[in-house]
Design a protein around this ligand. Structure first.
Ligand code: AMP
Ligand code: GLY
Length: 420
């Protein structure tokens, strides 16, 4: 199988690593890739949100499967265009990708499907903001209803901060969603889907805030771990029955069946799992840990999803132990990141690249906000953390920062699901 992976983050580096392990894979290509993916795949500098450009590339190199990593090309219809050219694509149609592209659409699907989620008030005019904030009360949850790379959400006790964010988003021309606050630990559960069926992967946890102790602004994700030693034994079965299966059925009923990766962002509340968001693609950085633990060959799984039949792929095999990833971010991230600094140690084992590039002299330099995603594996979370942080200490990048508490509370047995 010849495969083209679309995207340039550590998620795509992880996808390439896992595809590389699959003996069915004969050649790997990536567009646009980064300095790290170049070691595994042939790099093509193509504008990935341009359906015609991606299709031309896939046809030109004669690939059997295109795996689309990020949401922007999916929402732009890249999977539709590739399929229309007769090439298999892993990823939803633009119509199905709306489950991520529009939070209001996702809420509507959930309402129809009876999926538990936070009450939400869509707001399109400044005059409606105060009433919606009064309706939910504090803590306030104010979301940009457009693609915002995980950075469009403000959760705050402060009414003025909440109001200002809502007004800023409206001023930028996006609708706003104001939601009731859900309390409990967060879980990311991914499922590979084929339009009628969802095959769940291992639940993982992401760390969205930039600072230790969940402080500071939201980011795309600063680290992750899997599996979740504290999760209820029936978590996956419950989410499948209450979230995944009903959503897959509702999307099919609407004539926009979901194939590709459905990412359920959940809060385990005292009354059970509730959805905070859906994404239409693998999560970053959770993918880095989930795929590190997957033993089932990935290419066959993604190809079966693309072909619309996962019936032979419902029993996935996972390796024992735990995986942790720690994101090394550029100075000033999640604000405008400082880029162009030389990175040392980035070719070490377990170091996945995100915002990296190779400069004229051949040096690896920072080229984005999240620069590296450093993996650790071990018999338990403690061992996996130790390895990940040892590897982080071998990285040199002026001004960089990372969280020091990824998976710490879980390793210490301090994560609990609130009792009803
Ligand atoms: P989202 O982009 O919708 O995933 O939101 C980003 C982050 O904001 C989530 O990972 C949560 O930490 C937080 N968040 C979003 N919605 C809620 C909610 N209704 N209640 C509590 N926290 C939320
Ligand atoms: N880790 C959050 C996301 O991929 O959206």
């Amino acid at each position: 199988m010849k495969i083209l992976v679309i995207g340039s983050g550590a998620r795509e580096h992880a996808l390439l690593r896992a595809l590389h392990r699959d003996p069915a894979v004969t050649a790997l290509h990536v567009a646009p890739g980064n300095a790290g993916t170049a070691a595994l795949a042939t790099t093509h500098p193509v504008a990935v949100a341009d359906p015609a450009a991606v299709t031309a590339l896939a046809r030109g190199i004669g690939v059997d499967l295109v795996v689309i990593g990020p949401e922007v090309p999916l929402v732009a219809g890249v999977a539709d265009a590739v399929r229309a050219a007769g090439i298999a694509a892993f990823g939803p149609s633009a119509a199905a990708a709306r489950i991520e592209g529009s939070k209001a659409f996702a809420k509507d699907v959930m309402a129809q499907a009876g999926v538990p989620t936070a009450a939400a008030f869509p707001v399109t005019a400044a005059a409606e903001v105060d009433a919606a904030l009064a309706a939910t009360g504090a803590p306030y949850v104010v979301k940009d209803d457009g693609l915002a790379a995980g950075k469009g959400v403000v959760v705050t006790e402060d009414l003025t901060t909440a109001r200002d964010h809502a007004l800023d988003v409206l001023a930028g021309g996006h609708p706003v969603l104001i939601e009731s606050f859900l309390s409990g630990p967060e879980v990311s559960l991914f499922a590979i889907c084929d339009g009628t069926r969802a095959v769940p992967l291992l639940p993982a946890q992401d760390f969205k805030r930039v600072g230790d102790g969940d402080t500071g602004p939201n980011t795309g994700g600063m680290g992750a771990y899997a599996p979740l030693p504290w999760a209820p034994a029936d978590l996956v079965a419950t989410v499948r029955a209450t979230v995944l299966d009903p959503v897959i059925a509702e999307m099919a009923r609407r004539g926009s069946p979901f194939s590709g990766l459905l990412y359920a962002g959940l809060v385990l509340t005292p009354t059970g799992p509730q959805v905070i968001e859906f994404n239409c693609r693998f999560g970053d950085p959770e993918t880095q840990v989930v795929l590190e633990l997957l033993e089932t060959p990935l290419a066959g799984l993604l190809a079966a999803s693309a072909a619309g039949d996962l019936s032979d792929h419902t029993d996935l095999v996972w390796r024992d132990g735990s995986a942790v990833t720690v994101v090394v971010a550029a100075e000033n991230y999640p604000g405008a990141p400082v880029t162009g600094d030389v990175i040392t140690g980035a070719d070490a084992d377990g170091v996945l690249h995100a915002g990296t590039a190779t400069d004229d002299t051949g040096a690896v330099v920072s080229a984005g906000g999240r620069v590296l995603s450093v993996l650790g594996l071990g018999g338990d979370l403690d061992e996996a953390r130790t390895q990940a942080y040892e590897r982080v200490s071998g990285i040199g990048l002026r001004g960089s920062h990372h969280r020091t508490d990824i998976a710490l509370a879980a390793a210490q047995g301090r994560v609990t699901v609130p009792a009803p």
